[in-house]
Design a binder for this molecule. Structure first.
Ligand SMILES: [Mg+2]
Ligand SMILES: [Zn+2]
Length: 220
């Protein structure tokens, strides 16, 4: 059987909504909206925009931020079963996220084990939050300033030759990994964009849909 690996996005995919947006709506002064718009119209890189957004939040709010997301963020239906399915099938499951460690890890608590969690990191030692980017764009990324560069992470993994790469995501930051994946499970913006660009993909709403799609892959 072909070896398979899964790269799965976090915000808007594993959680139903984007956690950075949730935090900014609740805690940031209004300037954050201009930064969000600049990221979306691509006049500012994700790295610069997200870094600047978090620099609006005082470090002393850390516990409040985590608490807020633990109480408000919702994990998409079927995720636990999906993790279990990957484990049973022996498919390494990597979480590759443009989110930040201080909320990605607590929200995933109790769901592992994962083959790896790749995300950005927050530094709370200064008066305001600063973000570190441990997984920047490699020389092959034509985009630049991705923050956590998903195709670069993919290239850095030791993937067996001929393995099938499965990408799961919802948004613009997943597009580059979708382009290089063998199978794409997509929702929302990513599904629309795959449609526009003619990238074959399987739409999903819950992780039960994902299990089903990958089970069919087992039989094929
Ligand atoms: Mg996402
Ligand atoms: Zn990049």
């Amino acid at each position: 059987m072909t070896e398979r690996i899964i790269l799965c996005d976090f915000d808007g995919t594993i959680t139903k909504t984007d956690n950075i947006i949730s935090l900014m709506k609740q805690f940031a002064p209004p300037e954050w909206e201009g930064l969000k718009d600049a990221i979306l119209d691509r006049s500012m890189s994700i790295e610069k925009g997200v870094g600047d957004m978090f620099s609006l939040l005082p470090s002393r709010q850390k516990d409040e931020l985590v608490d807020y997301l633990l109480h408000t963020a919702t994990i998409r239906e079927g995720f636990g079963d999906f993790v279990q399915f990957a484990k049973e099938e022996g498919i390494p499951l990597y979480i590759v996220s443009g989110g930040i460690d201080f909320f990605v890890r607590p929200l995933l608590d109790g769901y592992g084990p994962f083959a790896g969690i790749y995300c950005n990191e927050a530094d709370f030692t200064g008066p305001f939050i600063s973000i570190n980017w441990p997984y920047p764009c490699d020389g092959e990324c034509g985009n630049g300033g991705c923050g956590c560069c998903k195709p670069s992470v993919l290239r850095s993994l030791s993937i067996p030759v001929g393995a099938e790469v499965i990408a799961i995501g919802d948004s613009v930051t997943d597009l580059e990994m979708a382009k290089v994946a063998d199978k794409v499970l997509a929702r929302d913006y990513l599904a629309d964009t795959c449609n526009e660009l003619g990238i074959p993909h399987i739409p999903f709403e819950s992780f039960h849909d994902c299990v089903e799609a990958l089970r069919e892959g087992v039989r094929a």
